[in-house]
Design a protein around this ligand. Sequence first.
Ligand code: AMP
Length: 110
Amino acid sequence: MPTLFTRIINGEIPGDIVYQNDHVVAFRDIAPQAPVHIVLVTREETPGLDALPASGDHQHLLDAVAKVAAVVGLTSYRVVINTGEDAGQTVRHLHAHILGGRDLGPVVGS
Ligand code: AMP
């Protein structure tokens, strides 16, 4: 059963794709937590940081972050990778959230 994100990548579910290459695809989050909120996902269905294969598309995830940020006009942004249920990971398909467009405040201690 393909993940929700694979279905977006394959065009079965509509997605506002802003960037893609051979390894990753980036699209706007459907429930944005900031003025700009992008989901950057691996093409491979790697479940998360807690289940990485020895090699694969995840090795290209960080490389794409600044490119995606530039495409959507962000010069300052936060990157979040939720891992596991208690951390709020709802889709078990490795992805990074790229958030920006406002003062995000501190990550910890607010
Ligand atoms: P996470 O909770 O870290 O697993 O992130 C999953 C993200 O996917 C959430 O921020 C959701 O708002 C987002 N999401 C769920 N469905 C869609 C969709 N159809 N298109 C874009 N983003 C989605």
